[in-house]
Design a protein around this ligand. Structure first.
Ligand code: HPA
Length: 235
């Protein structure tokens, strides 16, 4: 039996390219709620993945135990590594829509939880592999600080101003509960944001959820280009 080398949480609109995968085995499906959720195992080359398409959010009324159930499942199924992705608003002036950002630190604005947390919950080794492979594929990957808010509304211009001032590079509504839970379970963690829209304080944004989904489809192509090389280096 192959062991799972990577658990993968796919954020809003991110899809795994069916042509990359074999031996897909559906474990769970839930069409209720905003996000159509699927849990499946599959192979990319000779590496086995456990994939969570869609996640539970705080703004849907879920508690932290529920939001992090995917991470506990990954741990129970023996995954030693997890790649957590999300859709996020870009605050850094150098970012464009559709860019990828490796999260190298974060500020958690919804944190009221008991998980053990570490000052640096991200795996240097996984980050190095991800950046090397994306470089080989000529795909630009930024690095930056992610801020997690409860949502569901996007930021006001005043909040954007504040977020830029405190040094956030991207803002979103997910990921950090899973990051902290995975760290607490001893899973190696890497997290990547897809910049689906740019947050500008002078131009109040009316970002439609559909636009976010469209851009994240484009960004999916980048993630799919990096994944085979990335997983081939995991044990
Ligand atoms: N803000 C918060 N969460 C988000 C955004 C945003 O601009 N875009 C996608 N998720």
């Amino acid at each position: 039996m192959n062991t799972i080398v990577l658990a993968l949480i796919l954020g809003s609109g991110l899809e795994l390219d069916e042509s990359l995968i074999t031996s897909k085995k559906l474990l769970f499906e839930d069409k209720s709620g905003i996000h159509h959720k699927l849990v499946f195992t599959c192979m990319i080359g000779d590496r086995k993945l456990l994939v969570f398409r869609g996640r539970k959010h705080f703004y849907e009324g879920n508690g932290f135990e529920s939001i992090t159930s995917s991470v506990r499942t990954a741990s129970e199924m023996g995954a030693g590594n997890i790649l957590i992705t999300n859709a996020a608003g870009g605050l850094n002036e150098n970012f464009d829509e559709g860019d990828l950002m490796l999260i190298n630190s974060h500020i958690n604005f919804i944190e009221k939880m008991n998980h053990k947390r570490s000052p640096f919950p991200y795996s240097k080794t996984l980050q190095e592999i991800f950046l090397r492979v994306s470089g080989e594929m000529k795909i630009k990957v930024h690095e930056g600080v992610y801020g997690c808010y409860s949502g569901p509304a996007y930021e006001t211009s005043g909040e954007v101003r504040f977020q830029k001032k405190i040094g956030l590079d991207a803002a979103g509504m997910s990921t950090l509960p899973e990051v902290n839970a995975a760290g607490g379970l001893g899973i190696n963690v890497i997290a990547v944001s897809v910049i689906t829209n740019l947050l500008k304080e002078n131009f109040p944004q009316h970002t439609a959820h559909e636009d976010v989904l469209n851009i994240s489809k484009i960004a999916s192509a980048k993630l799919n280009a990096i994944l085979p090389g990335f997983v081939s280096e995991l044990n």
